[in-house]
Design a protein around this ligand. Structure first.
Ligand SMILES: [Zn+2]
Ligand SMILES: [Zn+2]
Length: 117
């Protein structure tokens, strides 16, 4: 029996940082795709409202996922890390995720090296 979601309703929660494609055709009773994800997407509602959930998709489901997304980028290790933030660029697909705590540590390490040298 199918259990189709309403438009805009988030799919099942995917474990963070697992990065496996969650595509299930919009049916909560379908198993997720499970292929390694290549794209991190932020759900949106047209024309420009940001949805309150993110998605990860494999190459085969990237185009389907983009139809529901306001922005996306190639998946990176930091995608899905708690406290990581989504950075938008002016063009869709050009942004990235970043992790302020790690960025701070990197800058601090560089600054200490500069002072020491
Ligand atoms: Zn997939
Ligand atoms: Zn990301």
């Amino acid at each position: 029996m199918s259990n189709l979601r309403a438009p805009g309703e988030p799919g099942r929660h995917q474990p963070g940082m697992q990065h496996t494609c969650g595509f299930d055709g919009g049916d909560n009773n379908n198993p997720g795709c499970g292929q390694p994800a290549t794209l991190h997407l932020l759900a949106g509602e047209p024309p420009s409202t940001i949805g309150d959930y993110a998605m990860v998709a494999c190459d085969g489901h990237a185009e389907a996922a983009k139809k529901l997304a306001i922005d996306w980028h190639p998946i990176a290790a930091v995608c899905g890390v708690p406290d990581a933030l989504w950075h938008f660029e002016s063009e869709q697909g050009k942004g990235f995720c970043f992790w302020p705590a790690a960025e701070g540590a990197i800058h601090e390490a560089v600054a200490v090296e500069l002072v020491a040298s």
